[in-house]
Design a protein around this ligand. Structure first.
Ligand SMILES: Cc1cc2nc3c(=O)[nH]c(=O)nc-3n(C[C@H](O)[C@H](O)[C@H](O)COP(=O)(O)OP(=O)(O)OC[C@H]3O[C@@H](n4cnc5c(N)ncnc54)[C@H](O)[C@@H]3O)c2cc1C
Length: 492
């Protein structure tokens, strides 16, 4: 299943492993509901994600440190090092013996991914062989969270070893329905397992439901915007106006290019190609099935000036544009040779929200991405498209690209590009920030020690506490929050 990198496509729509959420109609995306998959298994979304491992930029953690002392770049680098078992070799920046294996896939890249990085270089984007090292800027190959060709989820990296501990009990198939509050102190969790309501008592409750469910559970338990809770008949324990607000996400846009040379489509589409790739994977845990579909990319600045990157790039030597809506059949790619060049604004200023649909804990909350609400985000969406085309026009790719299929040569003006984004852009699945961390209790949900402001015995430790969205994918920062939570809890 999801243990194999290629299982990504399988669990993408499978309700057994995935909450399969959707937003409300997004006003700036032609009223489309955007699909938000989230992991419903041990390891959460790290067990169903695309495995790209990115820590983020020092400037991200300068923002975090300003909001919450103790979370600056100098504070978090040792934590990232402690997490990582980096196959590229430990050094001052990278960890070599941590629990979570991060694999350098450089040697295994598809020739078209190599051509992409060369094209980026020709476009003036320097090649960076380790964007998680000394500097993030540049283009290169994505590092992925795998161990011996298998997905390195947080369940694999942490829980597998910890489950033998005498003071740990893992209850599977259970849905937390409410935090038990005695006055203003959290003392346990109510949950339902196989239809039976149960309670677990705790000295301290650590909420790790992710950016959608952590704010939902807080609100169901009386911690949230008072008026909203009263609307749903929930007794207010703590008026916390920021619960569910400040939702941030990366909105991505993909360009499909037909190539003159075979892409990964020609490897994974024929039955014999699948069989060969399968044999390669089984025999040596290598080949296309051991990789993420996002093989290359980079971090660049399009707004001009000297600041940190504002755009993330993606390259995939595989396409599945003819797949029915709602499918990601990685093993049934397009019948023609094609590649995808994508990007997303890395520091969007649009904000979304999570609010309650009802007081029923089994009902999904109301989710809004709020995408493309700001001029900043719309400008970068246009600039990103132009940049992707500029890279595609460089000699290393120009010779192998036959034509742009989507959005295609008729999409030229700013308005046309924006129309394409409104019609086609999609989430990169990086929802975060809905219980944001900050020193100021009036403007945040948890403090720098992850304790929920205004109540006792309750912390939140997941991507919902991100004060600002990192430049890059969100799994590594979420794991870092978990490691920091360990320090904070054990230090008392
Ligand atoms: C399809 C997809 C692809 C992605 N690709 C990448 C990528 O390539 N690289 C990257 O860095 N990031 C990626 N991400 C994002 C990344 O995986 C997440 O940001 C990260 O896993 C968030 O961690 P979290 O702990 O905050 O939440 P989650 O990992 O979502 O964990 C929350 C957990 O809480 C459980 N839960 C929630 N509510 C309840 C309840 N009421 N009772 C019991 N349990 C509950 C959930 O089932 C889940 O196990 C991707 C995400 C998705 C969905």
């Amino acid at each position: 299943m999801g243990d194999h990198p290629a299982g990504y496509g399988k669990v993408f729509h499978d309700a057994r492993f995935n909450w399969k959420y959707s937003t409300e109609p997004e006003p700036e995306l032609n009223g489309r509901r955007i699909y938000w998959p989230r992991g419903k298994v041990l390891g959460g979304s790290s067990a169903i994600n695309a495995m790209v491992w990115v820590r983020g930029h020092p400037a991200d953690y300068a923002e975090w440190g300003a909001a919450a002392p103790g979370w600056g770049w100098e504070d978090v680098v040792p934590v990232f090092r402690r997490i990582e078992r980096w196959t590229g070799g430990a050094c001052a920046h990278r960890g070599g013996d941590g629990p979570l294996s991060v694999t350098d896939m450089g040697g295994a890249m598809h020739p078209l991914t190599r051509a992409y990085v060369r094209a980026a270089e020709q476009a003036g984007i320097p090649t960076n062989t380790d964007y998680n090292g000394a500097a993030m800027e540049g283009a290169g190959f994505y590092q992925i969270s795998t161990a011996g060709g298998r997905r390195a989820s947080t369940a694999q990296a942490y829980l597998r070893a910890a489950r033998k501990l005498p003071n740990l009990r893992i209850v599977c198939g259970a849905m937390a329905t409410r935090i038990v509050m005695e006055g203003r102190c959290a003392t346990g969790i109510d949950y339902v397992q196989r239809g039976r309501a149960q309670t677990a008592r705790a000295g301290e409750v650590i909420l790790c439901g992710g950016a959608i469910n952590s704010p939902q559970l807080l609100m169901l338990s009386g911690i949230g915007p008072a008026a909203h809770l009263r609307d749903h008949g929930i007794e207010v324990v703590q008026d916390a106006p920021h619960v569910g607000r400040n939702l941030m996400d990366h909105l991505g846009s993909d360009h499909l290019f037909r190539t003159r040379v075979p892409s990964l489509n020609q490897v994974l589409r024929p039955w014999w190609g699948k069989a060969l790739a399968g044999m390669q994977y089984v025999a040596a845990q290598r080949g296309p099935l051991a990789m993420s579909l996002n093989q290359g990319g980079g971090f660049i600045r399009l707004a001009g000036g000297d600041g940190p990157p504002d755009t993330q790039l993606y390259f995939s030597p595989l396409s599945y544009s003819s797949a029915p809506t709602g499918k990601r059949p990685l093993m049934s790619p397009d019948p023609f040779p094609a590649v995808r060049l994508g990007f997303n604004p890395a520091k969007p200023t649009s904000r979304g929200s999570v609010t309650l649909r009802s007081r029923d804990p089994l009902a999904a909350p109301v989710m809004r991405g709020g995408y493309l609400a700001t001029e900043h985000d719309r400008r970068l969406m246009i600039a990103g498209t132009r940049e992707v085309r500029r890279i595609a026009s460089m000699p290393a790719l120009k010779d192998v690209i036959e034509t742009e299929l989507d959005p295609g040569p008729d999409c030229v003006t700013d308005d046309e590009i924006l129309d394409f984004a409104r019609a086609e852009a999609w989430t990169v699945f990086h929802q975060c920030g809905t219980c944001r961390m900050g020193q100021d209790a009036a403007a945040s949900v948890v403090g720098p020690d992850l304790r929920v402001h205004g109540v006792a015995g309750l912390r939140v430790a997941d991507a919902s506490i991100f004060p600002t969205i990192p430049t890059g994918n969100t799994n590594a920062p979420a794991v870092m929050v978990g490691e920091r939570a360990f320090d904070l809890i054990t230090q008392g």
